[in-house]
Write a protein that binds this ligand. Structure first.
Ligand SMILES: [Zn+2]
Ligand SMILES: [Zn+2]
Length: 155
């Protein structure tokens, strides 16, 4: 199955899955925001240069298969001091979701879906880079809508 797309962007349902396909989920509508994070924790969790995080209201995220396969790692030493629960597939290790515990995230019921696990193409580009000072030197030209702001919450 590939990602859906329709003219009504706000109601579009996107499908996603982990590498082994044991876990499948849907997200409804466009993300609230899209942040690329260069912090060390996100690099370690993904094994990559940065993590691509789509922020959604939890009501718009639905695990449709394999919820029992999900494992939760409470990441206590985040760079902003607020613990984050990293949710991944216990079979294949794919990072699927983040549950931030910052006051703002809890108050707004905001969670993160990893962009890399969405099926097929997505139309969004990052709005913010978090921790750009930690960006790997060979990473250039990430398309963002605006420069990182100090006031943005960091993950
Ligand atoms: Zn999996
Ligand atoms: Zn991070």
């Amino acid at each position: 199955m590939s990602s859906g797309s329709s003219s009504n962007a706000s109601k579009t349902v996107w499908t996603g899955s982990c590498l082994c396909k044991a876990v499948k989920y849907t997200v409804t509508g466009d993300p609230l925001t899209f942040r690329v994070c260069h912090c060390e924790n996100c690099r370690k969790a993904t094994g990559s240069a940065f993590m691509s995080n789509l922020f959604y209201n939890a009501d718009n995220i639905r695990v449709v298969q394999g919820e029992d396969k999900l494992k939760y790692y409470a990441d206590p030493e985040t760079w902003n001091g607020a613990p984050i629960t990293r949710v991944f597939c216990s079979e294949c290790g794919s990072n699927l979701f983040l549950h931030p515990s910052s006051k703002e995230a809890v108050a707004t019921n905001t969670r993160v879906v990893t962009m890399g696990t969405i099926d097929g193409e997505v139309p969004w580009v990052p709005k913010t880079e978090l921790w750009p000072e930690l960006r790997r030197k060979w990473v250039h030209g990430i398309e963002t809508r605006k420069k990182s702001r100090k006031s943005e919450a960091k993950l």
